[in-house]
Design a protein around this ligand. Structure first.
Ligand code: HEM
Length: 167
């Protein structure tokens, strides 16, 4: 312990795992607002917080998200999972939703444009949802995303759009 203290605290955060590095534009805590729509529902506004975190020894990013009603602050949907960048440059994401729905998503990223696009490979425990796509982008330090879904009654179209700032 004395030796560690003698070495002093690190002056910079440790470099991310090499597989995580190209996705490091996502890392950190984000907060913002979104809007939900779908042909079968009344549009709604929500607040949202997202945390992307990782440990440099693991090639994985932990993901947690929670949302609340814009008007009252009451909790809405929440979800969490793991983003797993793969050596071939693709990324695999598993997500468990507070509604009980589970997703396995695969897709690609562009570390220059700071974009990630995902589409569902597998959806479990869903009564209505057939397909989900997720597209993320970081522009001028702001994270935006669009989530689209297809259900048993409606074709693939936007359900969620949000814009978050790093906090
Ligand atoms: C409605 C799925 C994320 C809030 C719905 C419906 C589905 C669905 C299937 C019913 C549509 C219909 O009956 O035709 C999903 C999926 C999500 C997601 C797959 C993520 C990938 C969210 C989030 C929120 C939210 C993040 C809140 C911030 C709502 C609301 C409704 C709704 C308020 C309408 C009322 C209701 O049916 O409960 N969603 N949703 N959803 N969703 Fe989502």
């Amino acid at each position: 312990l004395q030796e560690m203290e003698a070495a002093g605290p690190p002056t910079q955060p440790p470099a991310p795992h090499p597989l995580v590095a190209p996705l490091s534009f996502l890392l950190g805590k984000w907060r913002g607002e979104g809007e939900g729509t779908f042909p079968s529902i009344v549009p709604f506004r929500y607040g949202e917080e997202i945390l992307f975190s990782h440990h440099p020894s693991k090639p994985v990013i932990s993901y947690t998200q929670r949302t609340w009603k814009a008007a009252s602050g009451d909790p809405m949907h929440a979800e969490s999972g793991y983003w797993r960048p793969r050596p071939d440059g693709s990324v695999e994401v598993v997500i468990a939703q507070s509604t009980g729905l589970t997703e396995v998503q695969t897709g690609s990223y562009d570390s220059e444009k700071k974009t990630v696009t995902l589409q569902s490979e597998l959806i479990g425990n869903a009564a209505k949802v057939k397909q989900i796509t997720r597209a993320f982008q970081v522009v001028d330090g702001e994270l935006s995303y669009v989530v689209q879904m297809a259900t048993i009654t409606n074709s693939l179209q936007p359900h969620l759009k949000a814009l978050l700032k790093r906090i």
